[in-house]
Design a protein around this ligand. Structure first.
Ligand code: 5GP
Length: 208
C-alpha cells in the first residue's frame, strides 16, 4: 500500500551526534516514530529501561532472536543490540516513518530484508572532531574511546553502502536534510506502486 511508512535507518560513528539529530527530528515533526532497541549493554547514568533502550540479559536477548522477534540484530563492542519487530511493523502499517538508530551490520541486514528502506550515515566533518566529541561527552573510559575510534575506522569502509551521507557540522541543517530526504522518498516510484497502477488503468480507456 502506498501510504505505508518508510523505514529510515540512521547510522554513524559513535559520537557523530546521530542521537541528537534523531531527538530533534522526532520532537519537531510528528510523522516519525522512533524504534527503541533492545541491548545487553549496561545502562549509562541517566538511561531508563524502555526509554533509551530495553535493557536485557544475554539469555533474554538470545531467546528473542530464536523467536524471530528482531528485524535485525548485531554484536557491537561486545554487546548485543537489536530492533524489536512488533513496534516497527505496527508503526509502518499506520503510515509512520520509523527511525532506526543502529550500527552498520544491522543497517545492511535491514537493506537486504527491506530494500525500499533509506540508509543514512551521519559523520562529523573530520576524524579529529570525532575524537573530541567522544572525549567531550565523558561517558566512556579511555579504553572504550579507543575501541570506538578503532571501530569507526572499520565502519568508514562501509559508508559507500548507504544511500545518503549526512555531515554533521550544524544540527538544524542536519535535521532539515534528513526530513527533506524522508519527504523526497515519498515520491519514489517504489512507494507509488498503487498510484502508478491506478493511473495506468485509468489511462487505458484513452489508449488507441
Ligand atoms: P550505544 O552503546 O552508544 O548506545 O550504541 C552503540 C551502537 O549500537 C550505536 O552505533 C547504535 O546506533 C547501535 N545500536 C543501537 N541500537 C541498535 C540496534 O537495535 N541494532 C543495531 N544493529 N545497532 C544498534
Amino acid at each position: 500500500m502506498d501510504d505505508k511508512g518508510t523505514l529510515i535507518v540512521i547510522s554513524g560513528f559513535s559520537g557523530a551526534g546521530k542521537g541528537t539529530i534523531v531527538k530533534k527530528l522526532i520532537n519537531t515533526y510528528d510523522r516519525y516514530a522512533l524504534s527503541i532497541s533492545m541491548t545487553t549493554r549496561a545502562p549509562r547514568e541517566g538511561e531508563r529501561d524502555g526509554v533509551e533502550y530495553f535493557f536485557s540479559t544475554k539469555e533474554q536477548f538470545e531467546e528473542k532472536i530464536k523467536e524471530g522477534g528482531f528485524i535485525e540484530h548485531a554484536c557491537y563492542c561486545g554487546n548485543y543490540y537489536g530492533t524489536p519487530r512488533a513496534y516497527v511493523e505496527k508503526q509502518l502499517a499506520e503510515g509512520k516513518d520509523v527511525i532506526l538508530e543502529i550500527e552498520i551490520q544491522g543497517a545492511l541486514q535491514v537493506k537486504e530484508r527491506f530494500p525500499e528502506s533509506l540508509l543514512l550515515f551521519v559523520t562529523p566533518p573530520t576524524a579529529v572532531e570525532l575524537e573530541n566529541r567522544l572525549r567531550g561527552r565523558k561517558t566512556e573510559t579511555e579504553e572504550q574511546i579507543a575501541g570506538r575510534l578503532s571501530r569507526a575506522y572499520e565502519e568508514s569502509e562501509g559508508m559507500d553502502n548507504y544511500d545518503y551521507i549526512i555531515i554533521n557540522d550544524n544540527l538544524d541543517k542536519c535535521v532539515e536534510d534528513v526530513h527533506s530526504i524522508a519527504l523526497a522518498a515519498k515520491c519514489e516510484p517504489i512507494r507509488k506502486k498503487d498510484f502508478i497502477k491506478d493511473i495506468r488503468n485509468g489511462l487505458k480507456a484513452y489508449s488507441k
